[in-house]
Design a protein around this ligand. Structure first.
Ligand SMILES: [Zn+2]
Length: 152
């Protein structure tokens, strides 16, 4: 944007220099030539200002997007502080509410994989043939809580 403003300033200065150079003894042809020169410089300045205006608008949109992202991060941090990583007792850890019983029957578990990506995904009790798991449907993470998972 600074480049565009400098370009516009240069164009306006050039137009002003041309206007200052006009004296009363010039011919009609010289007036026409000066007029064309002035219009060219002013047109260049207008284009540069239009570019600067567009760039300013783009920067405002980016600032707005970044502010919204910061707000989402702040909201996530506030929500994440309510959870703690706890041992599931099955060889894996999951996030559980700090103020609740870590047993999923009495509360809920959150997927540690999704949690690390700033998403709260509930682990769902899921009977999977010979075993039962607490599973995350969005990412597929699971912890076996009963039975044995067959080897692939
Ligand atoms: Zn997940």
């Amino acid at each position: 944007m600074i480049e565009a403003i400098l370009s516009a300033t240069t164009g306006v200065k050039a137009a002003m220099d041309i206007a200052r150079g006009i004296n009363t003894t010039i011919t009609a042809a010289e007036v026409a030539e000066v007029k064309i020169g002035l219009l060219d410089r002013l047109s260049d300045a207008q284009v540069a200002l239009s570019d600067a205006r567009e760039e300013t608008q783009n920067q405002r949109e980016e600032v707005s997007r970044l502010r919204a992202e910061i707000a989402r991060f702040d909201q996530w941090d506030a929500a994440a502080e309510k959870y703690v990583l706890a041992d599931t007792g099955r060889g894996a850890f999951a996030y559980v509410p700090k103020d609740m019983d870590p047993d999923p029957k009495n509360g809920h578990w959150l997927c540690p994989n999704c949690f690390s990506n700033r998403k709260r995904s509930l682990l769902i009790y899921d009977q999977r043939g010979p075993y039962t798991a607490m599973a995350c449907h969005p990412c597929g993470w699971e912890v076996v809580i009963n039975g044995r998972k067959p080897l692939k």
